[in-house]
Design a protein around this ligand. Structure first.
Ligand SMILES: [Zn+2]
Length: 422
């Protein structure tokens, strides 16, 4: 089976759906990684988030134009990530104003400073070099007939209005309140529509355990994320329209969902802090910290996108130094020299290859992968080790219920394509 399912969670939506949420609110989901949310006022349209490409943004706008021809007065960026800002050009005309939180500028500058790195990590995280059928979580890219991805020019436009903690305005009889709510990023905002009792939480809620610490991205403010969810609960929204996955309706259900989401975040945070103070190693914490059963079984807390183990890594790193209390690692030597010594001591690569093959047979793909590190570091062209490595990577991708992991594993396996037949 190639498509990871995320075990009942809906992250990400794979099918384009243009949803009428209420008479005034429409949500275009599944056109891209990010949703576009349209809010119809009496005289104009307010757009919240714009997806990662202009073509996806345009496809959603074509649907919306069947509903209304009113001009777009405002675009709101919930935060600076590409899947929220890169479709903006499609919506902007001369009078449209773009709103973001004040830290947006600084956050985007930091992102741009690492642009080559971010481009590389996005190719891996979203499986952009993989055939579409092998991708887990994906961004809106247009593969041509060879399955080769065509990168689109960004339609990002800089914001016109920046605010600090709160920004209120009224448009076409509809009051809007924007609040600075950290979590996914430091520049994150939520949109509250008091008259309609509708809350747009941006990326602070979606249908998966949250990505509190992304494998290749900077740490996220975890405690603030939980606090932001509690602030949302105080409004008692009757409709929740997130920027990924589908809207939720019903005051009681939303309150319970936000409460459980916040509880899960705080649980992982607090258990990690306890572990650090108790002198546990990072490895021990990664193995021991699990959500309580009543939270773990909730569909929106399945590890379809974020994972508890990755969150433990991030929280540990946030609060401690890089030293892991193993003096070997204070000033480590060359890994290759160490691998070479291990290889010699095991009587050569043939023995290690055999051991890695046994690990594969015993259904231990992670161990098989680790052994091939030792062999291929010393003998990069060892064909048998390459075969084991590709099989281990494909197995890890296949058994994962997460949507980032298959992209990482299958992208790594591509290195040996041609050497190893499927
Ligand atoms: Zn996003």
């Amino acid at each position: 089976m190639l498509k990871p399912t995320g075990a009942n969670a809906q992250f990400p939506n794979q099918q384009p759906e243009f949803l009428k949420v209420t008479d005034r609110v429409y949500c275009a989901t599944g056109y891209a990684l990010g949703n576009v949310i349209y809010i119809l006022t009496d005289k104009s349209v307010v757009v919240v988030d714009t997806t990662e490409t202009q073509s996806a943004a345009r496809a959603t706008l074509e649907e919306f134009r069947k509903v209304s021809q009113l001009p777009i007065s405002y675009i709101i960026y919930t935060h600076h990530h590409g899947d929220h800002i890169n479709g903006a050009k499609v919506f902007k005309d001369k009078t449209t104003k773009i709103i973001a939180q004040k830290r947006f500028v600084q956050e985007l500058a930091t992102y741009n400073q690492l642009r080559p790195y971010n481009r590389r990590l996005n190719i891996i995280q979203f499986g952009i070099s993989l055939p579409p059928t092998e991708r887990g979580v994906r961004v809106a890219v247009n593969p041509n007939r060879d399955g080769v991805t065509k990168q689109e020019e960004s339609g990002f436009l800089p914001p016109d209005i920046l605010f600090d903690e709160k920004y209120s305005f009224e448009e076409g009889g509809i009051p809007f309140e924007l609040y600075h709510t950290m979590g996914e990023t430091f520049d994150h905002l939520m949109v509250w529509m008091p008259q309609e009792q509708i809350l747009l939480p941006g990326d602070l809620f979606y249908d998966s355990f949250p990505m509190l610490s992304s494998p290749m991205k900077p740490d996220r403010p975890v405690q603030e994320w939980a606090e932001s969810l509690e602030r949302m609960r105080q409004f008692q929204p009757s409709v929740l329209v997130p920027s990924h996955t589908k809207p939720i309706k019903g005051r009681a259900e939303i309150d319970l969902t936000l409460a459980n989401y916040a509880r899960a975040i705080r649980y992982v945070h607090d258990e990690t802090v306890k572990g650090i103070n108790a002198g546990l190693t990072l490895e021990q914490m990664r193995q021991q910290i699990r959500l309580p059963e009543e939270l773990a079984r909730l569909p929106y807390l399945k590890p379809a996108y974020g994972r508890v183990e990755w969150s433990v890594n991030g929280i540990y790193r946030k609060y401690t130094g890089w030293y892991d209390f193993n003096p070997t690692h204070l000033n480590p030597g060359s890994v290759s020299t160490f691998h070479q010594a291990l290889l010699e001591a095991s009587g050569g690569s043939a023995n290690l290859v055999k051991r890695s093959q046994r690990a594969l047979r015993d259904n231990q793909p992670q161990l098989a992968l680790e052994i091939t590190d030792v062999i291929l570091d010393t003998e990069p062209n060892n064909r048998e080790a390459q075969v084991v490595r590709v099989k281990a990577l494909r197995k890890l991708a296949e058994i994962s219920i997460n949507t980032v992991e298959p992209n990482v594993y299958r992208s790594a396996a591509q290195k040996y394509e041609g050497v190893v037949q499927q």
